[in-house]
Design a protein around this ligand. Structure first.
Ligand code: BES
Ligand code: MN
Ligand code: MN
Length: 459
């Protein structure tokens, strides 16, 4: 890929950003998260935001910027996050997670930047900063642009929720623009029309009051790890339906027409399997692979531990067994209610001889966006212009809890203009983001503003 001088500069700046280990989940990185906030604040200033500020919260700071605020013009609020997921397991990275390098892959012969946050979401946030710079270098823009780039998305955005609730006036806007999702492929752009909700739980099963010799006691006491596995196994039935009573009660089913429409999106099952190295897919009976990972609710164990996991063998019955369990939710489901249903049911599965504690972590609602809005239409036109191919609407499986919150608190819909690919390995070792995707994003975003303003004025 032949890069212009400007593109090279953008690339270098992006790689500087990726060197800051802004891991929001781990208090050891608190100062780095702060450094990343300052970096974003600076970048917004340099790009042309006349007003920027770093807003402290009880957690990590929010970076806020305004390009201009003229009450006669439409206002677009750009949201993104500068925090990243922990890089673990570090030993599975081919190069260190906070030392970005450019490498080529089969999908990215032009090169991709490998680093934690390369795609999710530093790379995508930075596209917006640079798109502003490009637009301003070409003249003034006929709309107000506000930026809100937060540092706690990967840990549930709790403090941002409070901030949004208390700052309706400051955040007042006509549409919210977000690049924190993906698209189908480099040759088939898509616009996310939905996100799943989330309920995240942690469970502890406790048996004897101390670890026991598994020879002296084995066979006569309930082993918490065995029991935990049995309890987890009971959470699905033989058709891979979730067994928690009431779990599906509020699920909004899609019409057959909507499902047929979804099924038209290009998808290759063999490609899907080989891309993640599996020989068969598995999921809820009665739904296609793509439905299972977007419009259906799920339950997955994210981590499980207890007992001896070190080198060699130790004969022991652990006193405690732990698991982290998440449920992806769909429109209709109330995440707090689901967390309660889970708690009651999980506790009811405990046999005599153990006690069970269940703790709620964060959660959030699912989100859907209609395609008839001018925001969606502007995004459609923007992609069509840069890719030469009309983008197709596509429901996503991930969650961004602040998006449904924006709708509730500000009454504003979000347009999910993501440029990532499933193969970017977000949250995994060797996360990367293609140069193609990064520069296409920078080209596409200005088109969105232009079309949005035009459609707004026609209205
Ligand atoms: N950007 C992702 C969400 C995403 C990715 C949505 C790709 C659709 C397509 C976001 O940063 C994320 O990882 N969200 C978390 C939820 C959060 C509460 C930790 C998730 O989905 O697990
Ligand atoms: Mn993200
Ligand atoms: Mn993420």
């Amino acid at each position: 890929m032949d890069l212009s001088l400007t593109q090279k500069r953008f690339l270098n700046e992006w790689m500087e950003f990726l060197k800051i280990p802004s891991v929001s989940a781990d208090p050891a990185y608190k100062n780095d998260v702060k450094t990343a906030a300052e970096w974003v604040n600076n970048a917004l200033q340099k790009a042309g935001c006349k007003h920027t500020e770093i807003i402290e919260t009880p957690g990590h700071p929010i970076v806020y910027g305004e390009y201009k605020v003229d009450p006669n013009l439409p206002t677009i609020l750009v949201y993104g996050h500068y925090d990243v997921q922990p890089p673990d397991p570090i030993e599975l990275w081919d190069s260190p997670p906070f030392e970005p390098v450019i490498k080529t892959t089969e999908i990215h012969p032009e090169g991709a930047v490998f680093a934690r946050g390369a795609c999710d979401d530093k790379g995508q946030v930075f596209m917006h900063v640079k798109a502003l710079e490009v637009m301003l270098s070409e003249g003034a823009i006929d709309c107000n642009i506000k930026f809100m780039i937060e540092g706690e998305e990967e840990v549930g955005s709790d403090n941002l929720e409070d901030f949004v609730r208390n700052n309706n006036e400051k955040l007042k806007c006509d549409v919210i623009l977000i690049s924190d999702t993906g698209m189908i492929s480099k040759t088939q752009p898509s616009i996310s029309t939905g996100l799943r909700g989330l309920s995240y739980m942690e469970v502890i099963v406790t048996g004897p009051n101390r670890d026991l010799h598994s020879g002296l006691y084995g066979g006569s006491v309930a082993n918490p790890i065995n029991i935990l596995c049995e309890m987890i196994a009971k959470l699905h039935d033989e058709n891979r339906k979730i067994t928690i009573p009431g779990f599906y009660d509020r699920v909004e089913e899609l019409s057959q027409e909507e499902r047929n429409e979804m099924a038209k999106a290009p998808f290759d099952l063999e490609e899907f399997k080989s891309s993640i190295g599996i020989n068969a897919v598995q999921g809820e009976e009665g739904y296609s692979n793509e439905e299972r990972r977007t419009i259906r609710p799920t339950l997955d164990v994210n981590g499980i531990w207890g007992g001896y996991t070190g080198e060699g063998a130790k004969t022991v019955i652990a006193s405690k067994a732990h698991a982290k369990i998440s449920m992806r939710l769909v429109p209709g489901q109330e995440w707090n209610e689901i967390s309660d249903l889970f708690t009651t049911y999980f506790k009811s599965l405990a046999p005599e001889g153990v006690t069970v504690e269940v703790e709620k972590h964060h959660g959030g609602y699912a989100y859907v966006t209609p395609t008839e809005t001018i925001g969606y239409q502007a995004a459609h036109k923007a992609y069509l212009e840069t890719f030469g191919i009309p983008p197709i609407p596509s429901r996503g499986g991930g969650s961004i809890p602040i998006v449904p919150m924006f709708e509730k608190e500000l009454g504003v819909k979000s347009i999910l203009m993501g440029f990532g690919l499933d193969s970017d390995a977000i949250h995994s070792p060797n996360e990367h983001y293609g140069l193609f995707n990064f520069f296409k994003g920078i080209d596409t975003i200005p088109n969105f503003y232009r079309h949005y303003v035009a459609l707004y004025n026609e209205k």
